[in-house]
Design a protein around this ligand. Structure first.
Ligand code: 5GP
Ligand code: ZN
Length: 136
């Protein structure tokens, strides 16, 4: 992808604060961090989002998330950590190259990763269960 900034960063064409690199991934510090240590896992091969990501890369990305979560915890002494992954503009995705956010959390920080809980009604529950069954 010629015009993808994360392709360029992942493949080293644009410099970044790199915490980890191997043949398939680069992990960098986010330039607009929600908290101290907010990092991004970038596959080097372009996929726009989770729907497009191949299974092998998806599996390796999660294993890498686990590795980096442990390292961030040890290095920064965070009290918790969110793994966030946005797909589509309405879900908050702004860069259309698959990435996972690792957001270290600290007691009383104001990273603000919350949502307003709704209510799961019987009707909606049954509808979703039926529709998802069709997808199996
Ligand atoms: P999204 O909103 O797509 O899930 O996340 C994109 C993230 O990439 C944002 O947190 C934003 O701060 C970060 N970001 C955007 N451009 C750059 C960049 O050029 N370098 C780095 N390190 N982070 C970036
Ligand atoms: Zn890309």
């Amino acid at each position: 992808m010629d015009n993808c900034i994360f392709c360029k960063i992942a493949n080293g064409e644009i410099p970044s604060a790199t915490l980890y690199e191997d043949e398939e991934f680069r992990v960098i510090l986010d330039l607009g961090p929600a908290s101290k240590g907010h990092s991004l896992i970038l596959p080097k091969a372009h996929a726009a989002n989770l729907y497009e990501l191949d299974d092998e890369t998806a599996g390796k990305a999660m294993i890498l998330a686990k590795k980096m979560a442990g390292r961030l915890q040890k290095a920064l002494g965070c009290d918790g950590l969110n793994v966030v992954q946005n797909n589509g503009e309405c879900a908050g995705q702004t860069v259309f190259h698959f990435h996972m956010h690792l957001i270290p959390r600290y007691i009383n920080d104001d990273a603000g990763l919350t949502w307003k809980p709704g209510t799961l009604t019987e009707e909606v529950k049954e509808e979703i269960l039926a529709r998802m069954k069709e997808q199996q």
